[in-house]
Design a protein. Structure first.
Length: 265
């Protein structure tokens, strides 16, 4: 990954953060995108989400006009370079509107085959997690430190997490996930994208999700893999574009999770 591309990715995160910070823990309008669906599901969006993605898109069009863009709020623009920026301006809008800090801005660069660069930016904590070239690091005001998952030899020793214990699983998936939790040491819910950062830091061992869009997961892959972890679908197949996801720090624990979840995703 060349330095200019990395620097540009940082500039996208900076632009999004500048838009988002003034909205956090303020009384702002929340729009429900899911209200018109056949089976309404609360799907919140705010001006912070939309404004942050607009700011990132403006930079991409100005400085890398041949690159494509896929964003949660403003759709898909085809790539002419073979590279596509995948953007989620606020992953964890429910956390954002309830004043918690587990949300973040997700930025990925996809080369047409897989994501090659990923950023999780938490602009309130001023923590930035970045992965590329087989390495990951955490950047703060205090400096940079490499990220490394922890060893976890079995599910019985693992901390297992998901964003919501039933909201994103169908009945069969939920039953399989509950079985996995039953075999673990501890379960923890509600982490949004920040849980994946904690996995890369070595504080969580397994994260399971049942329904993720490309912008929910693309940025996470280079960070977790660069920290020594693994990200697959529930059948253990390599990441493609989203759907069911298992992220784990140790391949042994990942294999146990796949054995429980396989065929349910």
């Amino acid at each position: 990954m060349d330095r200019d591309t990395i620097a540009f990715a940082h500039s996208l995160a900076d632009a999004a953060a500048a838009v988002i910070r003034p909205y956090f823990r303020q009384r702002i309008q929340v729009i429900d995108k899911g209200a018109t669906g056949p089976k309404p599901i609360f799907d919140p969006v705010t001006e912070a989400d939309r404004g942050a993605e607009t700011a990132m898109r403006k930079l991409i069009k100005a400085e890398r006009p041949n690159d494509g863009i896929l964003g949660e709020e403003h759709g898909h623009e085809e790539s002419r370079s073979g590279l596509t920026w995948i953007l989620d301006p606020i992953d964890g809008t429910r956390a954002f509107i309830t004043g918690r800090h587990t949300w973040g801005t997700l930025i990925a660069l996809h080369d047409g085959t897989r994501p090659t660069l990923g950023i999780i930016d938490q602009p309130i904590l001023r923590e930035r997690f970045i992965g590329h070239g087989g390495k990951s690091e955490l950047i703060t005001a205090d400096g940079r430190e490499p990220l490394r998952v922890r060893a976890c030899s079995s599910l019985s020793q693992a901390v297992v997490s998901t964003t919501h214990p039933w909201g994103y699983f169908d009945r069969a998936q939920r039953e399989a996930f509950e079985s996995l939790c039953g075999d673990s040491r501890m379960s923890y819910f509600g982490g949004d994208c920040y849980a994946y950062a904690l996995l890369a830091m070595g504080f969580i061992d397994v994260i399971v999700e049942g329904r993720l869009a490309p912008w929910d997961v693309a940025a996470l892959v280079p960070i977790i893999e660069g920290a020594g972890g693994i990200v697959t679908d529930w059948d253990g197949k390599p990441f493609t574009t989203g759907g069911s996801v298992i992220a784990a720090g140790d391949k042994r624990t990942h294999a146990e999770a796949v054995a429980i979840l396989k065929g349910k995703g």
